[in-house]
Design a protein around this ligand. Structure first.
Ligand code: KIV
Ligand code: ZN
Length: 520
């Protein structure tokens, strides 16, 4: 055992806003990125990878603002192995109390072929770019992309060059989610043993989940001596996603007996940020997802319920409260007051200012008038309804009446308030939702493609709310909208209009300044 493996602190590096956000369809607005960054900072994430500053003006602006606002977390930006990328990255992160530049290049045979560099030319590029980054910032991370498919001798050679050039963290990415736990551990162990200078730096592990092994591979790397885990909330990320923050953090907490490492994460903040990331990214969490899935703490079978009533530990290895899930699902109703709502929302991870509470209270009362019992999940749906954040929106749904039945076509009467003026239309379609969307399109003509239309029931029962998610694509830009209502067609109309409002905002944004392909 090397000295390194005796150190028990594991650094958590969150890349929800970079690797997660670049996943097709998961685009977040500027304000949403700031909000998520603030939540990550508050929950104790050590390093926030806030974006890829050269990718677009929008990314640059978000990383800059996050850097200015961060309280405790190190703020990191991504840069390819090019001086102009590194300079742009520094321009954005330099405002942080604790900035970091993360620069990378693909080192496996397949990736080396892309910039058409031979091994020596690439080694020289690594030396030059890491040196350049280190001249700007004293905290530099370097990644050999596709490390797990890079020849071991070459990997050792380039890692040594990066360390000598001043990298303080070396990240070992499993870019295509190809490795397995034993191999992940062996690779880290090999680098620590063979590379001169390895004792001076931190090794990080960055795993993708293509074979469902990202969490296992990350933990195996830690056991072999890696001391930084790169991860995202809900495992958000391209293809099958990245290592899920909540999984590695809770695994280290719950199985500290066999994995004696600690992180700085306040685990009671996990549920709140998981819900928020799901809402703003438009990627719902699967019901049986470890830690944060809706069913992760549900015990429905008779045997389980019996055991749970006698002793919760019979079937529960962690307490719901540990991840910020309210211990009880106390039902609220139309007689519940403002104070009860505030306290309930606090339990659910939403700490609201007075003006925000007033707005939510009005919507809560409207919901309670239509629905006898308001459950935790109804309140979460209320809080994550993007259509309700409508103050500065281009258009809003004012009125909708749909005539539907066994005889097609169905028809929808719709009034949209567009830039303050009410506009009315009637349209027909194949079903109530189609008729409604056709009506919206008549009032706001556009060519955006409907990439996703998804309906899920928030709770059980025929008066349950439906949450509708809509994803639209126009010229490669993807926007989302989400809304909940006891009427599925109303929720659909609001979600569609919310996505269109986001599209209007997106259209106004500056085009990318450089052809940057996404990197996973
Ligand atoms: O998966 C990957 O290789 C990456 C790098 C940019 C670190 O995300
Ligand atoms: Zn990645």
């Amino acid at each position: 055992m090397t000295d390194r493996t005796k150190q028990d602190r594991v650094v958590i590096f969150d890349t929800t806003l970079r690797d997660g956000e670049q996943s097709p369809g998961a685009t977040m607005t500027h304000d949403e990125k700031l909000e998520i960054a603030e939540m990550l900072d508050e929950m104790g994430v050590d390093i926030i990878e806030a974006g890829f500053p050269i990718a677009s003006e929008g990314d640059f602006a978000a990383v800059t603002e996050i850097a200015k606002r961060a309280q405790s977390s190190v703020i990191c930006g991504l840069a390819r192995a090019q001086f102009k990328d590194i300079d742009r990255c520094w321009e954005a992160v330099k405002h942080a109390k604790r900035p970091r530049i993360h620069t990378f290049i693909g080192t496996s045979p397949l990736h080396r072929a892309i910039p058409n560099l031979d091994m020596d030319q690439m080694a020289e590029r690594i030396h030059d770019t890491v040196t350049h980054a280190r001249n700007l910032c004293d905290n530099v991370q370097w990644s050999p992309m596709d490390a797990t498919r890079t020849e071991h001798d070459y990997l050792c050679r380039v890692v040594e060059i990066a360390i000598k050039a001043g990298a303080t963290t070396i990240n070992i990415p499993d870019t295509v989610g190809y490795t397995a736990p034993r191999e992940s551990a062996d690779l880290i162990r090999m680098l620590i043993e063979k590379v001169p200078g390895a004792d001076e730096i931190i090794f990080a592990t960055h795993c993708h989940n293509d074979l469902g092994m990202a969490t296992a591979n990350s933990l195996a790397a830690v056991e072999a001596g890696a001391r930084q885990i790169e991860c995202t909330i809900n495992g958000l990320g391209e293809r099958a996603g990245n290592t899920a923050l909540e999984e590695v953090v809770m695994a280290l907490k719950v199985r500290n007996d066999i994995m004696p490492y600690r992180t700085s994460i306040d685990t009671t903040k996990i549920m709140g940020i998981s819900r928020r990331v799901a809402a703003v990214s438009g990627f719902p969490v699967q019901f049986n997802k470890a830690i944060v899935g809706k069913n992760a703490f549900a015990h429905e079978s008779g045997i389980h319920q019996d055991g749970m009533l006698k002793n919760a530990e019979t079937f529960e290895i962690m307490r719901p409260e540990d991840i910020g899930l309210a211990a009880t699902n106390l039902v609220m109703g139309k007689h519940s007051g403002r104070a009860a709502l505030r306290s309930k929302l606090k339990d659910l991870g939403y700490d609201l200012a007075d003006n925000q509470l007033n707005d939510v209270f009005v919507r809560f009362k409207a919901l309670a008038d239509r629905k006898k019992e308001v459950y935790d999940d109804d309140l979460v749906a209320l809080m994550t309804d993007s259509a309700s954040e409508a103050a500065g929106d281009h258009m809003q749904v004012k009125f909708l009446r749909v005539i539907c039945g066994t005889e097609a076509p169905q028809s929808a009467d719709l009034i949209l308030t567009i830039d303050g003026t009410d506009q009315q239309v009637t349209a027909q379609g194949d079903g109530p939702v189609d008729a409604t969307f056709n009506a919206v399109k008549k009032l706001f003509p556009h060519d955006a493609r409907l990439a996703l239309y998804q309906v899920s029931a928030v709770t059980e029962g025929t008066d349950a709310q439906a949450t509708v998610s809509v994803r639209l694509e126009e010229d490669g830009k993807i926007v989302t909208g989400q809304s909940s209502d006891t009427d599925t067609v109303v929720a659909s109309a609001k979600a569609y209009v919310s996505a269109l409002n986001n599209l209007v905002v997106r259209r106004e944004k500056t085009k990318p300044e450089d052809e940057v392909k996404s990197v996973s």
